[in-house]
Design a protein around this ligand. Sequence first.
Ligand SMILES: *[C@@H]1O[C@H](CO)[C@@H](O)[C@H](O)[C@H]1NC(C)=O
Ligand SMILES: *[C@@H]1O[C@H](CO)[C@@H](O)[C@H](O)[C@H]1NC(C)=O
Ligand SMILES: *[C@@H]1O[C@H](CO)[C@@H](O)[C@H](O)[C@H]1NC(C)=O
Ligand SMILES: *[C@@H]1O[C@H](CO)[C@@H](O)[C@H](O)[C@H]1NC(C)=O
Ligand SMILES: *[C@@H]1O[C@H](CO)[C@@H](O)[C@H](O)[C@H]1NC(C)=O
Length: 328
Amino acid sequence: MGSSFFATFLVIFSLLNYNINGKVISQKGCDIFQGKWVYDNSYPLYNTKMCPFIENMFECQENSRPDKDYMKYRWQPRKKLMFVGDSLSLNQWQSLTCLLHVAVPQAKYISKRTGALSNFTFPAYNVSLLFLRDAFLVDIVHERRGRVLRLDSISTSKIWGRMDIMIFDSWHWWLHTGRKQPWDLIVDGNTTTKDMNRMVVYEKALNTWAKWIDSNVNPTKSKVFFQGVSPDHASGQIGAPFNKNCDGQTKLLGNPGGPHPAELVLEKVVEKMVKPVYLLNITTLSQLRIDGHPSVYGNGHQHNYSDCTHWCLAGVPDIWNELFYAAL
Ligand SMILES: *[C@@H]1O[C@H](CO)[C@@H](O)[C@H](O)[C@H]1NC(C)=O
Ligand SMILES: *[C@@H]1O[C@H](CO)[C@@H](O)[C@H](O)[C@H]1NC(C)=O
Ligand SMILES: *[C@@H]1O[C@H](CO)[C@@H](O)[C@H](O)[C@H]1NC(C)=O
Ligand SMILES: *[C@@H]1O[C@H](CO)[C@@H](O)[C@H](O)[C@H]1NC(C)=O
Ligand SMILES: *[C@@H]1O[C@H](CO)[C@@H](O)[C@H](O)[C@H]1NC(C)=O
């Protein structure tokens, strides 16, 4: 009876104020006060008779109030959260699902993947943490002339546009060339090209995303975040500090190695926006963490491939999520 209230409250509370090893991480819970009243037959939370010391002035049923519906509404806070982006977004989403599972280990969960959409739900709590894999944010369309990267079009907004909380990321795939590049042509308005400076296409795509958010998001209904650029520690990558590889690294760097050029582009785009977007500024602090990547210990431990892009879990993305919840 009424356990759904505590469950919902607990999850939302743990989302905003989760407690790990006795340490309270964030106290800012204003988000739980936005939502709606939902009729719920499992309410009220207790029968008045079970509480013998209620003051007569509060005891409506005992004083013959004839109706009961007023006791049957539950407060439902906002609770659909979606990560949208590439595997660095997956990295952070997965970290968050772990943090919440650990916060409420007895709660049943359903983890389901359908195409590009991953859905991690706590059914008892009616909370879904979603992840949509969408590396470029803008569209890639298949035409007769080939796979076309459309810098001016963003159709996945159909999927994420109405979430209560959205957190985006995009950068790493903009660097891929050759076989890992999933498009053949770039179209921007009336211009078609084979290729362009990747920093320029990145900015154009971000501007298309920003324009969509500015014209469609209602800030009283949705909160928008952008995960700052996650730095690589593979030598030769744009923005990799000191061109040093992550293999065998166990110590933090003493110096982040200067601003990341893609992060500067992202900051420039977000600064110009009209609607409030919170940039989760994790670039500099992550640049110091050359020790935090899977290196050869990812993907089944194949010693011939070193991953200096993603992050081990537990690890750095857990700290991104602490900062994310501090910002909520
Ligand atoms: C996520 O999964 C839950 C439980 O299976 C389901 O009720 C919900 O509709 C799903 N959400 C989306 C967006 O697919
Ligand atoms: C769960 O959330 C969905 C979507 O917000 C809502 O329609 C539904 O009534 C909720 N169910 C419960 C049991 O709270
Ligand atoms: C794109 O082409 C259309 C039709 O040819 C034209 O009307 C429009 O002005 C062009 N837009 C730009 C930005 O050049
Ligand atoms: C992000 O953090 C870095 C390091 O503290 C700082 O230099 C930079 O100005 C910050 N960017 C924004 C947009 O706040
Ligand atoms: C690494 O080795 C595995 C099996 O030994 C092989 O299938 C894979 O293609 C190799 N990967 C690279 C990047 O060489």
